[in-house]
Design a protein around this ligand. Structure first.
Ligand code: ADP
Ligand code: MG
Length: 301
């Protein structure tokens, strides 16, 4: 069975559901507070696994209570965590405020995630796998080393450039599919704009000067998705749903895209599938916790 390796961050997410943003110096009451498994890597691994993919998650936790807690939570998903390592640093934590309209504010502390080494994944393991997914929660050099070996061993590489960072060209050269949201896209262009919409993306794509093999996917929340692949540009609207918590929507998109590509290389069909999956995740609380099953996605395809 083809396999996905997700090389990325794992965090304890502390969610506060709040009526509105606070002003400086102000205290407001949350309507509820919840603890969930998070980290872009862990979320993406959970998304692929719930859909039915064979997934290995490779990352690092600390030797503290949050480390014990997140390990317990990720163990409930059908994910191979034999390469989950631990370090003396604190387990990664994200402080997440979810506003009434489902929008969110996130502060993430990477902690132990930064100790994750690409050496945890052997060439033998890469040979048996078909897709490698990375984000920017780990050290860029480790993701680069892994992608370099992944390409040599015949894997397809997916890079989610989140949280945004200006990266070296060498990492992009080892990337087959680059996934960004609209804010990360504007970071890539080094241009800011009051309105980052479809028009902005279309007008600025050519400024990116991406290596020719890259397929670029720009997700824009409820405003839809644009795919640039092999000289073709295609726009997909998002599904209309009542969003209550959009945390992890992008992670669901990435995990679902990876799952689909295990069996079908068409990037446009994969995008449609990932839009359907992520539209379900925004109707539920939590990040990893909100990922849908394959039956739920098939119903709305
Ligand atoms: N409010 C929403 N309604 C419907 N679908 C949504 C909504 N927010 C996100 N999605 C879906 O999730 C995908 C990823 O969300 P997006 O906000 O673009 O990523 P990120 O979480 O990285 O900011 C979108 O492309 C869309 O398909
Ligand atoms: Mg978004």
């Amino acid at each position: 069975m083809p396999e996905i390796i997700v090389f990325g961050g794992i965090n304890m997410d502390l969610f506060a559901y709040i009526p509105r943003s606070t002003q400086e110096g102000e205290t407001i009451q949350a309507t509820s507070v919840e603890f969930f498994l998070g980290g872009k890597g862990a979320n993406q691994a959970a998304a692929s696994a719930r859909l039915g993919a064979k997934v290995s998650f490779v990352g690092t936790i600390g030797q503290d209570q949050f480390g014990i807690d997140v390990k317990k939570l990720i163990s409930k998903e059908n994910i191979d965590i034999s390469k989950l390592s631990s370090s003396r640093d604190q387990t990664g934590v994200a402080l997440i405020n979810v506003l009434k309209n489902g929008r969110n504010e996130v502060i993430a502390f990477p902690g132990a995630n930064k100790q994750t080494s690409s050496k945890l994944i052997s060439d033998k393991k890469l040979k048996s796998c078909s897709i490698v997914i990375g984000q920017m929660e780990l050290e860029e050099s480790q993701t680069y080393n892994l992608f370099l070996r992944a390409k040599k061993n015949g894997c397809q590489t997916i890079l989610n450039l989140a949280p945004f960072k200006t990266i070296k060209k060498q990492l992009l050269k080892q990337t087959d599919i680059l996934i960004v949201n609209e804010i990360e896209f504007s970071g890539l262009t080094r241009r800011s704009s009051k309105k980052i919409d479809l028009k902005f993306v279309e007008n600025n794509f050519s400024r990116l000067d991406l290596p020719p093999q890259i397929k670029l996917i720009v997700t824009m929340g409820e405003k839809g998705v644009v795919v640039f692949a092999g000289g073709i540009k295609k726009y997909f609207p998002s599904r209309k749903v009542k969003a209550i918590d959009t945390v992890g929507a992008g992670d669901c998109f990435v995990g679902a895209l990876g799952y689909f590509l295990l069996n079908d290389s068409d990037i446009f069909s994969a995008t449609h599938f990932a839009i359907c999956a992520s539209s379900i995740s925004v109707t539920r609380k939590g990040a990893a916790e909100s990922m849908p099953s394959i039956d739920e996605v098939v119903k709305i395809l």
